[in-house]
Every structure is written in C-alpha cells, then in structure tokens.
Design a protein around this ligand. Structure first.
Ligand code: GLC
Length: 474
C-alpha cells in the first residue's frame, strides 16, 4: 500500500470551470500536476473545491447532499456536488450567499465577504461528508484564507484533529473585507493575534496568521513582501513568519500553450521552424488593420487593464516614441479609464497602434505568436504568466525587474528588464530592444533562448509536494 497525502485545494476560480484571472490558471493546473506526481510509494490525493458560481460550466455533476453549518440560533445550508477533470475530483459548493452574489468577484464587498466566509466554512465541513480526511488544507488568496483560520479555531475549541494549512499568496494587496461580524455570527471568535490591529478582522491576514506555511508565487515576490514597498503593511508581521515563508514560481500549461500545436494560430511553428512565425505576424497585422510589413517591430501589451500592470507607463512610453518606426497592439479589459486611454492612444496613432479592449483568449494567442515584443511594466507582479507564454511563442518580453518577472526573464538573454516604475526607464528598455531587433542574428538567439526555457508545472508541483511532505512529517 502506498502512503497517501490528502490535500483539499480551495480556490475562488479554476479553469476550465470558471476563469477571471491568473488564479484560475493556477488552480486549473497545479492540482492536476500534483496528482501526476503520484507513484508506487506515494499517492498524492489532491482534490479541488470551488464555489458553484452561477457562471460555472460543469458537466456530469453528482449531487452529494445538502448539509448545514450552524449560524447563531439557526443554520445555513450548503449543497455539494462532485465532478471530475482528468482524474481530479472536483467539488462544487452552492448556497444562498453564492447564488445571491452572482459574479465571482462582486463590486459589493459585503456580498463577497458573506460569500467567501460561507464558502470557506462549508469547504471545511465537506470532508466530513466524504469519508475522506484532508492532511493539508491549501488555500489561495483572501477568498479562501478563512478556511485556515476556521480550522485552527476548531482545533482549539473542539479539539479537532490537526490539518496543516498552506496559503498561496497570489496578490497581497487584496486582503478581503472586514469579516468580524460574519465570523461572530457563525460563532467563531476573533483571536488575539500578533497582526497589526487593522488586519485582525481581514480574511487574508487571518489566514496567513493561522497557516503552517505561506507560499508566494515567485521567490522574488516572497522576498519583496518582507519590505515596506511591497508588504502592504504586513511586512513586519511576515518577517516574524520568515521561517515558514517561501516562494514557488508558477508554471504555465505547456500543452495548451504550445506554438507547435496551438489551434488558434494561423501557422504552427517551433524553435527549429521559427521562419514560419513571420506568417503569423502578417496574419495578425492583417486582422488588426496594420500595414503588413515584415521588418517593422510589432509591440504588444496583453493584460488586465489595471494600474498594477503599469499600463499607464506603457501608454506614456509609446506616446514618447512618436518618431520611431513601430507598430503596437493593446489587448485587455478592466479599469474603464485605462480602456479609454488605450482607445485614445489608438486615435492618436491610428496608423500604428490598435487597441482591443476586451478579453479575447484566441486573439491573445495570435498576438503571442505574431508580435515581436511583449511589454510588461508592472508596478508589482507576484508571478505573471504572460511573459512566460510570450517567451514560449518567440515573443521577446520587456519587463520591469519585479516579482516573478525578475525570476523568469534573463536580461539580454531571454528578454529585457528595467528597474524603476517610470515611463522613461521603460522607454529606454524598449529602445534597447528595438536596437537589438534590428540585428536579426541576435534577435533570433533571444527568441530561441526564450523558447527553450522550461516553465512546466512539473517543477512547481515538485516543490509544493516537498512542502506538503515536510508539513505532514511535523
Ligand atoms: C495574480 C498576480 C499574478 C500571478 C497570478 C497567479 O493575478 O497578479 O502576478 O501570476 O495571480 O498566481
């Protein structure tokens, strides 16, 4: 009989059920990559649990039953379903707070607080009804962080068994709304923590506090959050948890993001058939209504429209490059002001800049495969996925040296980096990239070096498994 490690992996979103951002990619890939590490000696029984948001797409759902959690004098019901993706058991939890809120992330923080507190509590109860016990609870971001806090307080109040808690931090500034009243209504006490006062009532800090291990989504981000610039007021607290804090770089789905097989592309290509890439550039220029010139450098920005991503810096930089010969495409949706600014930029440079202000996964792939340079001037970037996908598709990234960008892009070898979150620093880096682009041999070498990087989830999964094993041993 092999030994087993049982892991309940909690997330607000996961591909292919529902995806809003990078968390959805991670939660869609990592649990499967972990299960694939099972062998004759060790069974890695990871199971995923998600809220059954109204927009979730799921097939072959098996109802598991209707269960309840006490709340004050009465109780709240949750309904659980089971399904499966490629051998991974997936549980979906439904209930009034999830139905009422509707979207994955609501603009109404009260609705989100109710939804995710409810989900975290229900997910904690779930194993009881499954004839299965978790050794590890693995939470992600603020939405599911309370599950660790609740598990810890149950252990104290009810002498429940020790389940080790891991929390992955994908985006520290998002800590969730004040949940003190909600917790109280569920009969969960607010503990005397060593968190700063303001943080004692917020889900993410409570989850960090209750965790046995904290994982940042890249080694650099793991260090950055210990400093005031990126620590969001928790840097001093996190320093006291240094021993349990680590950074594990995310991977990308290398089967899905494979230029040799990607069906969204006009022509497939690889490192040994890089010349075919030019056809994708031509098709892209045609689709966007740009001049179909092979030699002109085509810059791209593929991103959520968010100040985090430094979109405004990119716009200022592009504006300052009026006299240079380039084309650019901006793809993404989000902050209406940034979307407007993108359209404004297109109007200013109608012959060379195109803005597509929506989320379009297929077009994104065509841009990775056809554009020459990807801009990622993030103010902070816990990991970042676009730069890894771009490199795999021979699109050379120009990135700010922060977080996961620093861990994935090698300056002048696989891309270009700059230090300061200023448009001028970005402009200088773009100019260096353009100069290199003019040297065909050098450029090809950069592309091939980027395409040869190994960003498979396997590497990350091995690190997570080692962490799980060290926690189970304790
Ligand atoms: C968040 C971060 C991003 C990271 C992703 C997945 O969206 O902003 O940097 O890649 O989570 O961990």
């Amino acid at each position: 009989m092999p030994q087993t490690i049982n892991v309940l992996f909690l997330a607000a979103e996961a591909d292919p059920f529902i995806k809003v951002g990078g968390l959805g990619d991670v939660a869609g890939s990592l649990p499967l990559a972990l299960r694939a590490l099972s062998d004759d000696e060790l069974k890695v029984d990871v199971r995923l649990v998600l809220p059954y948001h109204p927009a979730v797409r799921a097939e072959n759902l098996k109802p598991l039953g209707i269960f309840s959690i006490p709340r004050g004098e009465s109780e709240v019901q949750f309904e659980a379903f089971e399904t499966n993706v490629n051998g991974l058991p997936v549980y979906l939890i439904n209930g009034d707070p999830i139905r009422v809120s509707g979207s994955v992330y609501s603009l109404d923080s009260k609705l989100d607080a109710e939804k995710y507190a409810f989900f975290s509590l229900a997910a904690n109860e779930l194993p009881k009804h499954l004839n299965w016990q978790a050794d590890i609870l693995h939470a992600n971001d603020w939405h599911t962080a309370l599950s660790l806090y609740v598990a810890l307080s149950k252990r104290w109040e009810e002498n429940a068994r020790h389940v080790a808690g891991v929390i992955t931090v994908h985006n520290l500034p998002f800590m969730g709304p004040d949940v003190s009243e909600i917790l109280q209504s569920y009969g969960i006490k607010l503990a005397q923590t060593d968190l700063p006062d303001w943080a004692r009532v917020l889900p993410l800090p409570l989850g960090l506090w209750a965790s046995d291990a904290i994982v940042a989504v890249s080694p650099t981000y793991g260090n950055e959050i210990l400093e005031p610039e990126f620590g969001c007021g928790l840097d001093e607290f996190l320093k006291t948890r240094r021993e349990t804090l680590s950074g594990i770089l995310n991977g990308i789905d290398v089967d899905s993001f494979n230029p040799l097989e990607d069906r969204a592309l006009g022509v497939n290509f690889g490192a040994t058939s890089l010349e075919k890439r030019a056809i994708n550039k031509k098709l892209l220029q045609e689709k966007l209504g740009l001049a179909q010139e092979a030699e002109i450098p085509l810059l791209a920005l593929i991103s959520r429209m968010d100040v985090q991503k430094g979109i405004d810096l990119a716009f200022t930089a592009l504006k300052s490059m009026k006299k240079l010969n380039f084309q650019a495409v901006i793809l993404g949706a989000g902050d209406p002001k940034l979307e407007e600014a993108a359209v404004h930029l297109q109007n200013l440079f109608s012959d060379k800049i195109k803005a597509v202000t929506r989320y379009d996964a297929g077009l994104a792939r065509q841009i990775y495969a056809g554009a020459d340079i990807l801009l990622m001037p993030s103010r902070y970037e816990p990991c970042g996925l676009a730069q890894m996908i771009a490199m795999r598709y021979g699109c050379v990234p120009v990135v700010r040296k922060v977080g996961g960008l620093n861990d994935t892009v090698k300056p002048n070898e696989t891309g270009f980096t700059f230090e300061k979150a200023h448009a001028m620093s970005l402009t200088a880096a773009i100019k260096t990239a353009l100069k290199t682009y003019a040297d065909r041999e050098k450029w090809r070498a950069l592309q091939i070096a980027g395409m040869s990087q190994n960003f498979a989830w396997l590497n990350s999964a091995k690190e997570y498994l080692a962490l799980y094993q060290s926690l189970v041993k304790k």
